[in-house]
Design a protein around this ligand. Sequence first.
Ligand code: E4P
Length: 217
Amino acid sequence: MKFFVDTAEIEPIRELAATGLLDGVTTNPSLIAKSGRDFMEVTREICGIVDGPVSAEVVALDHATMMKEAEVLRKIADNVCIKVPLTVDGLKTCKALTGEGTMVNVTLCFSSNQALLAAKAGASFISPFVGRHDDNGFDGMDLIEDIRLIYDNYNFATEILVASVRHVTHVLQAAKIGADVMTAPPKVIHDLFKHVLTDKGIEGFLADWAKTGQSIL
Ligand code: E4P
């Protein structure tokens, strides 16, 4: 499963990229606002840190203006992935852009039928928002299971990008289902490394090693 980080903050992206485990980045208008940075400038900087897809979202609601915005955004770098909302105009834009060889991430997906439409529109990625789904009394992971089944039934190439990830259990469940990608805030990705028994184990080994009086270097 590929790991994307869901942020527009440069330092956490650099830190995660240095682990060699980061496959891409997702941003959205809220994350750009939170960063306080200029959209074009910060997107360019992120694209220079990560080789994989960097999602940059259009804000227009009509197809013609979405295409104009996408034109500006895709010039930023070769690894820009245009993010469009799951609407009629969004999918029209998706179809046009992927037809031209541009990567597209269809965002704000909350149903399997929406995911089916995005795949038919040739989306590179579909982003079902599991956390927001859970918040509204549904089970976000049921949605991922259904999309996996539907995409496998028809061999759709669209990658399932599990979004709105809130905790490590979401990541585990997504991996068990066979989602292609997950995007999570930096903290959730850092939490994946942690286990109390790993810390305790290191402590014990180091204490015993000190007793030997040896050193490796
Ligand atoms: C995905 O691309 C979105 O940016 C993101 O995962 C939304 O997450 P949220 O529901 O925590 O805002």
